[in-house]
Design a protein around this ligand. Structure first.
Ligand code: SF4
Length: 368
């Protein structure tokens, strides 16, 4: 790890003061963000930070407002039904976050009297709260001198210091650099200023260096190495999987199941599916059921693999119970199907003839 002070191109206090002045000159007004100089509400800050993991600000805002309208306080969220929270989260992706959100809310309600711990260590001990979220909440809601270093801040720091250490080996150095920069006064505003700098100015591609408060000291800018910072190992190609989704229809209703609580799309409502694998066996259809394969492929890209789903419409005979073939579930009127994750929304669109071939991408990394 480099000597932190030697790695920085100016004194930490100077760099921090410049970033805060830049923030004060005009920052984004976000629904969870406190006024400059004020502390944030812990519930709102925590909720927004969990939602913002791997997700854009634009995508998060309507979900944040929906959650606050449904569950205005931590106590109300802690008392919510699992299925209601999972349905409200549907479409935001990375569903383990929703399960962790509930587990954390319930832990705070049951073990901390409904109040978030006010230190980084105390926050870190909560379910689903990682180092970044703990630091961000500690700084923004409690004014603690904590370094909230995510991928965006790593990028800024790698450029500011022109550090050629490839990720992920650069992470410990980034954390040390980030902590060195956090001022004792206004650490929460500093964290939010760094978030804005990464989102609006020091973007992954084509950073707007002329607007940067560190432009005259930035070492990567001087060296002409901005596009190579942070250095990344070559990307491995994503594996591809295939499978079949079943649209089981009877009398205007469709059979929906709930995915197992653990694992991909855990706890979410879904259409029955075969396994998703590189070379899945042919889909076994229940004998006597009318089957209509659709001429449509649903394509979805998850973080670790891409998926092509064939869609088959099935009409069970009057006495047949879909639970026998596909496990427990429920008939849901077509017009009332709600709270599906994005890949299942694509299946629905294909089955209802809204699209022939549906394509989609994974949720991007946290960006503006
Ligand atoms: S000068 Fe450019 S590359 Fe350097 S920190 Fe600022 S925006 Fe990023």
């Amino acid at each position: 790890m480099p000597d932190v002070l030697a790695a920085l191109p100016a004194a930490p206090a100077v760099l921090a003061a410049r970033l805060l002045a830049w923030y004060d000159a005009g920052h984004r007004a976000l629904p969870w963000r406190p006024e400059a100089g004020a502390l944030g509400d812990p519930y709102r800050v925590w909720l927004s930070e969990v939602m913002l993991q791997q997700t854009t600000v634009a995508a998060v805002i309507p979900y944040f407002e929906k959650f606050l309208a449904s569950w205005p306080t931590l106590a109300e969220l802690a008392a919510a039904e699992d299925a209601a929270v999972m349905a409200a989260w549907a479409g935001l992706g990375y569903y383990s976050r929703a399960r962790n959100l509930l587990a954390c809310a319930r832990a705070v309600a049951a073990e901390h009297g409904g109040r978030f711990p006010d230190t980084e260590e105390g926050l870190r001990a909560l379910p689903g709260v990682g180092p970044y979220t703990a630091a961000a909440v500690a700084a923004i809601a409690f004014g603690r001198r904590a370094a909230a270093v995510d991928g965006n801040v790593e990028r800024i720091l790698a450029r500011l210091t022109d550090d050629a250490t490839p990720l992920p080996a650069f992470k410990p150095a980034a954390r040390a650099l980030g902590l060195a920069l956090v001022p004792a006064e206004r650490p929460g505003d500093f964290a939010q200023a760094a978030i804005d700098l990464g989102a609006l100015v020091c973007r992954p591609r084509e950073p707007d260096c002329l607007l940067c408060p560190w432009r005259d000291v930035c070492r990567a800018r001087a060296a002409g190495t901005i596009s190579q910072r942070p250095l990344r190992p070559p990307k491995a190609e994503k594996p591809h999987r295939r499978g079949t989704a079943f649209w089981v229809e009877r009398d205007g209703c469709v059979w929906l199941v709930r995915r197992p609580a653990k694992g991909l799309l855990g706890g979410m409502a879904a259409f029955p599916c075969t396994e998703w694998s590189a070379d899945p066996p042919p889909a076994a259809l229940p004998p006597g059921w009318a089957a209509t394969p659709l001429n449509a492929t649903v394509r979805h890209v998850f973080t670790h693999f891409s998926l092509d789903l064939a869609v088959v419409k099935l009409s069970p005979p009057p006495q047949a119970d879909p639970a026998t073939a596909f496990g427990p579930g429920a008939w849901v009127p077509m017009e009332k199907i709600d709270g599906l994750p994005t890949v299942m929304e694509k299946v629905r669109a294909a089955a209802m003839g809204k699209n022939k071939t549906l394509r989609g991408d994974s949720v991007p990394s946290r960006t503006p």
